[in-house]
Design a binder for this molecule. Structure first.
Ligand SMILES: [Ca+2]
Ligand SMILES: [Ca+2]
Ligand SMILES: [Ca+2]
Ligand SMILES: [Ca+2]
Length: 258
């Protein structure tokens, strides 16, 4: 989404482009945004952190959480108990707007962020503790949005969003924090389909290269690869491995993800 009060209605990639990365651990959600921007501008908010900096008038990264999944039309809700949904900001020089998500959400206490310039633009990283997000368990999904402001000259301003519209929760995408338990490779079921066996797998890396191996006895020290295995995507992101049924029995199978 691009707002064009000034110019830049046909952004070349050297003007504004970004990639965003998200991971989480037991303590926090981490977001990294690598921005390509040919001109870094701090002309409106300046270079000194102060209350009420209008960082949106300069180059800056904004991330948004709808933590209660209320998908509200009017933006963030005050959630209390040190939980702050709404917008977090950072500029290429590390300044931010302290009015969001709340003046009570203190950088260095409730959230952390850093920025650095790169040859092609800048990079921003956020660390938002899960206590600030009110997230207490894995496999939680929250509304999420991300946008980058590009200010290259006076009167020129673009706001390029990932999905939907800033402050409009009902337009946000979804951020799901998977558990590490889902990192286990599990065979959920095995099915005989005419002359084929089908294994349904939950995989920590569904696009990865899975290998089906077999043995004629257990316990074994000798697993050999199964030939002619095809892989497909099943319901719920499962991986379906299909291969010819064994010509002799017993046959034992395992799946590895090298
Ligand atoms: Ca630009
Ligand atoms: Ca500006
Ligand atoms: Ca909300
Ligand atoms: Ca810029």
């Amino acid at each position: 989404m691009v707002y064009i009060p000034g110019a830049d209605d046909d952004l070349p990639v050297t003007d504004l482009e970004y990639k965003a990365y998200a991971v989480h651990d037991n303590d926090a959600v981490y977001l990294a945004i690598d921005v390509t921007d040919e001109k870094i501008s701090t002309d409106t908010a300046g270079e000194v952190q102060m209350p009420g900096l209008s960082t949106w008038d300069d180059d800056s990264v904004e991330i948004f959480f709808d933590l209660d999944n209320s998908k509200a039309f009017g933006g963030a809700t005050v959630l209390g108990n040190g939980v702050f949904e709404g917008q977090y900001t950072l500029t290429p020089i590390g300044t931010y707007y302290d009015g969001s998500p709340s003046v009570e959400a203190l950088k260095g206490v409730h959230w952390f962020a850093g920025a650095s310039l790169t040859p092609t633009g800048y990079q921003v990283e956020f660390k938002i503790p899960k206590s600030t997000l009110g997230i207490t368990q894995d496999n939680t999904s929250v509304g999420f949005h991300l946008a980058v402001n590009d200010d290259d000259m006076v009167g020129d301003y673009s706001h390029v969003g990932w999905t939907g519209q800033a402050h409009h929760e009902y337009t946000y995408g979804t951020l799901t924090l998977l558990s590490s338990a889902s990192g286990n490779l599990v065979i959920n079921s095995i099915k005989l389909n005419v002359n084929s066996l089908e294994l349904s797998l939950t995989s920590p890396n569904p696009p990865g290269t899975h290998v089906v191996q077999q043995s004629s006895s257990l316990p074994t020290t000798q697993w050999s690869p199964v030939a002619n295995v095809t892989f497909a995507t099943g319901l719920g992101g499962t991986v379906i491995a299909t291969f010819p049924k064994p010509s002799s029995s017993p046959a034992f199978y395992r799946v590895v993800l090298p």
